[in-house]
Design a protein around this ligand. Structure first.
Ligand code: FAD
Length: 323
């Protein structure tokens, strides 16, 4: 079969790797690089993992995959000094071991992407046709196809925009809420130590701070801080003036770092409109059998990197089983 996969993040790449032994697979992604929300932002010598901060592992197959990537030096555990500030009390931020891409988050996707046919900078505007005769139309014009099957791994609201209004999957998609997240990136000239590598916070506009350079493989001489705004706060201010958002986040982060962050040589803000969803849809992937379209992504399984893997695997397994 000829299969198109929309999205080259964890879900799309996982599906593609499973299917490409047996089928002809072509990926399309609107971005300039692979990885989706497992991404890295560059600014001169500064590098920031400004999306996914780390991931945890419970699924044995996901562990197997990450172990293989780790053997090639592209993934490693981040044994961080994690603290949690709740109700004015500072405690250890405990939980499962944290894993990161090394030396940056996006290398995991780059490792998965090897040998796959990937078209970057191609934004799909619609999916049309039915199983065996599907085509993709692109925002910049033109179309690709026919494909026998399409797997779409875009965040739920973006997937909804690509499907016909009468698709039976639209009603499920309408119930998926994905939170926004503002990511503030701050770079300094010289290292500083606030006493933690990551700080989880409640009851403030910001919910997370991390010294990016404390992750393995990063250059500690180029200190970088990533600050994430809380999901509800980001949703409420998603369209607010960016300078205002930045100043509120800088103010809150400065207090927590005991440092005047607005004097840092590098400050940048990124808005993730569809950052994460907390609830899943009750299925690892969504299937429209008549149209031959499968929807996958972290949002099917309650968000997070491991959820994207689980969902991408489910999409591929569905197609392999229906072969
Ligand atoms: P994505 O990575 O979003 O991939 C979807 C791809 O589809 C993207 O590359 C996009 O460019 C492409 N696309 C969308 N629309 C189109 C279109 N029309 N045409 C073509 N391509 C399209 N998870 C954790 O486990 N731990 C964390 O600490 C964590 N922190 C996070 C912090 C932030 C700020 C954000 C944003 C996310 C975080 N996550 C975290 C979530 C994690 O990043 C995601 O769960 C995971 O990366 C999702 O993978 P995916 O493949 O499902 O989707």
């Amino acid at each position: 079969m000829k299969i198109a996969i929309i999205g080259a993040g964890m879900a799309g790449l996982t599906a593609a790797r499973r299917l490409s032994d047996k089928h002809e697979v072509e990926l399309f992604d609107k971005s300039r690089g692979v990885g989706g929300r497992m991404s890295t932002r560059y600014a001169g010598d500064y590098e920031f993992d400004h999306g996914a901060q780390y991931f945890t592992i419970t699924d044995p197959e996901f562990q197997f995959l990450i172990d293989a990537i780790a053997d090639n030096g592209c993934a490693t555990r981040w044994d961080s000094r994690g603290l949690y500030l709740r109700d004015g009390e500072l405690t250890k931020d405990t939980g499962r071991p944290r894993w990161v891409g090394s030396p940056r988050m996006n290398v995991i996707a780059k490792a998965l992407a090897q040998g796959l046919q990937i078209n970057l900078g191609r934004r799909v505007s619609s999916i049309s046709g039915s199983a065996g005769n599907l085509s993709l139309a692109f925002e910049e014009g033109g179309s690709e196809g026919p494909f026998d099957r399409v797997i779409c791994t875009a965040p739920a609201p973006q997937a909804a925009a690509m499907l016909p209004p009468n698709s039976l999957l639209q009603s499920v998609l309408a119930d998926v809420h994905m939170h926004a997240c503002f990511a503030l990136m701050v770079g300094w000239a010289e290292p500083f130590d606030p006493g933690w590598d990551s700080l989880r916070v409640t009851d403030l506009p910001i919910s997370w701070l991390a010294l990016n350079a404390s992750k393995p493989g990063r250059n500690p001489a180029v200190p970088t801080l990533v600050v994430h705004a809380a999901p509800a706060w980001s949703d409420n201010h998603a369209d607010a003036d960016r300078d205002w958002v930045q100043s509120i986040m800088l103010g809150a982060a400065s207090v927590l770092c005991d440092r005047k962050l607005d004097q840092a040589p590098h400050i940048a803000l990124h808005r993730w409109l569809y950052a994460y969803s907390n609830a899943g849809v009750g299925q690892d992937c969504l299937i429209d059998p008549d149209r031959g379209v499968v929807l996958a992504g972290d949002w099917c399984v309650g968000g997070r990197v491991e959820g994207a893997f689980v969902s991408g695997r489910a999409a591929a397994n569905h197609i392999l089983a229906s072969d």
